[in-house]
Design a protein around this ligand. Structure first.
Ligand SMILES: NC(=O)c1ccc[n+]([C@@H]2O[C@H](COP(=O)([O-])OP(=O)(O)OC[C@H]3O[C@@H](n4cnc5c(N)ncnc54)[C@H](O)[C@@H]3O)[C@@H](O)[C@H]2O)c1
Length: 647
């Protein structure tokens, strides 16, 4: 956009901007400059008082009295630190400080003057009161206008609002003003505040500091386009998660970039700076209330205990490990077969949690000898079993592996848990195990049946607990990192079906609930987590594109690839035969599970595992169907599967 100023003014502006960007005057220099102003003003006052002809005999006393006045002003400058603010950002508070300093100093000088007149030997103190008053007015005006002048030069140097990025600040309260000051103070970002938005009707329609305060209804495409607004900064202290997510939704719907103000305790050295504003992310958009935990029970359950986590290098396992760092566990044994992710986890834990007691143990949960070695070596008190193959489409192609790793691994680890007198075994299951339609979901239902059967076995004291939940945001291979990568590469974003819905929880949330459920259970329960509302994946893709500053189907295309075998439009959390019972935790329900013949289930599963590779894929699937009557495959190639001959 063309500027309205001639070239020499633009040059001057650029030079001053360079100076502002590279220099800020040291505070001691501001202090000395203020003292120079005080002395000069004293001279002016003397000259005015004597009608521009200071008598020769007063010249000597003038200099001494000038120094006394300067010393008194200097003292109050130090007391009130009136020189400490950045002059270019002078505020009402800084101006008030200047007046406090000048008023106090003038009052002290008048007091000195009265004493000087009273004690005849103290002539030096007896500054004529008319001079003190003229000096008071002159010094106040000089200090005030000096500061305003620097501020005006700064505003000139940082340019007009025309070529700046226009922002709205959501929140016209105290925080909103701090944010306004911060965004305007850094010329490198070139922001212009076009208005505040506030929910308080009493503020709407008013102007604060010359800036309009609007209601939330201005977040319309028309208003945003007309006023060329590009960003919205959220600046409200106590904002509910729901309200925040609704503001973000409205803002991204009209194409705004949304920035969030960090909480006050996260400001660097108590100061808010531009780089600390962060773009809102999907978690803010989906808006989840923080989980309340019964920390005391969890703490009691974990203190001085050895914890074994399988699948520890994965999304869920590694987050459980991170959360355990806030408890006083005796040690945490991290088991996974994936060596490189284990290595990264080790580095992360070493860097972040210096005094955490971790052991990294590469191992395959289906290798019984290796797992028995680990149980004998470490004698864990609590096991979190998260090792699994979880990708629906991959497992659909490889049913043998789904059974070997998921069912076989669970069978081995749960059996060892009983043998080595583990107190608690917590299995991580998934909503895909409910009325399964995929090999992966069915294999996890079989895992649950194994664990339920172990819980029913007599003669042991191990508590077996199952936790079941839906998709977690950002886990390995989940849609969010895939979409993020696709957007980074310029698209297209691939969604299987326009009507596909999924639950979304954050990884930390899910793992907090795993800990809570683990210590609420007495054994034999399946705990299901309240995942909130299902989210339409197509909407999620659009939101992610918008959050990245692009327009869906214009800048970045969304392509529908069709449902894959085994994939459902909606996920379920509970089977028809199960009812849920509330627990003391609002987000955790207990599934009322139907009775199973544990011995028979374990026998059949042992037979399947032993003879796994003598069966073809269809036969493996058919045995799973026999064991899980509610399993209905959507994969054409398994529909006609025949029962395998049970030996
Ligand atoms: N991610 C989700 O959205 C989600 C939601 C609900 C339930 N779950 C369940 O949580 C469990 C873990 O999921 P995740 O997202 O952490 O998956 P992930 O793939 O990130 O982690 C699984 C880990 O298990 C390890 N593993 C696999 N086979 C192993 C074996 N034989 N021996 C040792 N380690 C082995 C893998 O190396 C991997 O590190 C799965 O059972 C999954 O169904 C996941």
């Amino acid at each position: 956009m063309a500027d309205i100023y001639p070239a020499w003014i633009l040059h001057l502006r650029k030079k001053s901007l360079d100076i502002f960007n590279t220099h800020s005057v040291p505070r001691w220099l501001v202090f000395l400059a203020d003292l120079a102003v005080v002395f000069t003003a004293f001279l002016i006052a003397y000259v005015l008082r004597f009608n521009f002809h200071i008598p020769a005999d007063r010249m000597g006393i003038f200099a001494w009295q000038g120094l006394i006045a300067t010393a008194v002003y200097g003292l109050f400058c130090i007391i009130f630190r009136s020189y400490s603010g950045l002059i270019r950002h002078t505020t009402l508070t800084d101006i008030t400080l200047v007046f406090v300093v000048t008023t106090c100093s003038a009052a002290v000088l008048i007091f000195f003057s009265l004493i000087g007149n009273w004690l005849h030997w103290a002539d030096l103190l007896a500054i004529p009161q008319s001079i003190i008053l003229i000096h008071y007015v002159a010094v106040s005006l000089l200090l005030f206008f000096g500061r305003i002048l620097v501020k005006l030069v700064f505003l000139f140097a940082t340019g007009t609002s025309k070529n700046k990025k226009r922002v709205l600040i959501y929140g016209a309260g105290e925080l909103g003003f701090v944010v306004k000051r911060v965004v305007l103070s850094d010329p490198r970002y070139g922001f212009h505040v076009s208005g505040f938005i506030d929910d308080d009707r009493n503020l709407q329609g008013k102007k604060i500091n010359g800036i309009n305060v609007y209601g939330p209804s201005v977040l319309t495409a028309e208003f945003i386009e007309k006023n060329k607004i590009e960003s919205l900064i959220i600046a409200i202290k106590a904002l509910t998660v729901d309200r925040k997510s609704s503001i973000i939704r409205s803002a991204i719907a009209v194409g705004l970039e949304v920035l969030d103000t960090p909480e006050v305790d996260k400001w660097l050295a108590g100061q808010l700076r531009m780089p600390q504003f962060k773009r809102v992310d999907l978690e803010d958009l989906l808006g989840r209330e923080p989980i309340k935990l019964d920390i005391n029970t969890i703490k009691k359950g974990l203190t001085d205990k050895t914890i074994l986590i399988t699948g520890a290098a994965g999304s869920i396992g590694s987050e459980i490990a991170r959360q355990l760092t806030s408890f006083q566990c005796k040690s945490v044994i991290l088991v996974d077969q994936a060596e490189t992710p284990l290595f990264y986890l080790q580095n992360e834990l070493r860097e972040k949690f210096l005094d955490a007691r971790f052991r990294i143990v590469p191992a395959d949960v289906t290798n019984i000898a290796r797992m028995e070695y680990i149980f004998t070596e470490y004698r864990p008190h609590i096991v979190f079993h998260a090792a699994a193959y979880k990708h629906v489409s991959l497992m659909e192609e490889n049913p043998h592996e789904a059974v070997r790793v998921n069912v076989g691994g669970t069978s081995i680890v749960s059996e060892l848990a009983i043998k080595y007198e583990v107190e608690k075994f917590v299995m991580i299951s998934t909503d895909k195990s409910v009325n399964p339609s995929s090999v992966m979901g069915a294999s996890k239902r079989l895992c649950e049946k194994v664990v339920q059967s172990r819980a029913r076995q007599k003669g042991h004291s191990t508590q077996f607990i199952i936790t079941r939940f839906g998709n977690v945001m950002g886990s390995n291979g989940s849609v969010i990192p895939i979409f993020a990568k696709q957007i980074e590469n310029g698209g297209p974003v691939t969604v299987t079906h326009p009507e596909v819905y999924r639950y979304f929880m954050t990884i930390p949330e899910a793992c907090q609930l795993v800990l809570e459920a683990g210590f609420m259970g007495q054994g034999g329960e399946i705990f299901v987590f309240d995942m909130g509302q299902q989210v339409k994946i197509a909407d999620l893709a659009k939101a992610m594109i918008k959050l990245s500053g692009f327009i869906p189907d214009k800048d970045i295309q969304i392509v529908y690839t069709g449902l894959r075998p085994g994939e459902k439009l909606y996920e379920e959390l509970l089977t028809d035969a199960e009812l849920t019972i509330p627990t003391h935790h609002e987000k955790i329900k207990k599934a009322h599970v139907e009775a199973i013949d544990g011995t028979l289930v374990l026998e059949r599963i042992d037979w399947l595992l032993n003879d796994l590779y003598s069966l073809c894929a269809c036969e493996v699937v058919q045995v799973m169907k026999d064991l899980i009557p509610e399993y209905h495959t959507t994969n054409g190639k398994f529909k006609e599967a025949k029962s395998a001959p049970v030996k």
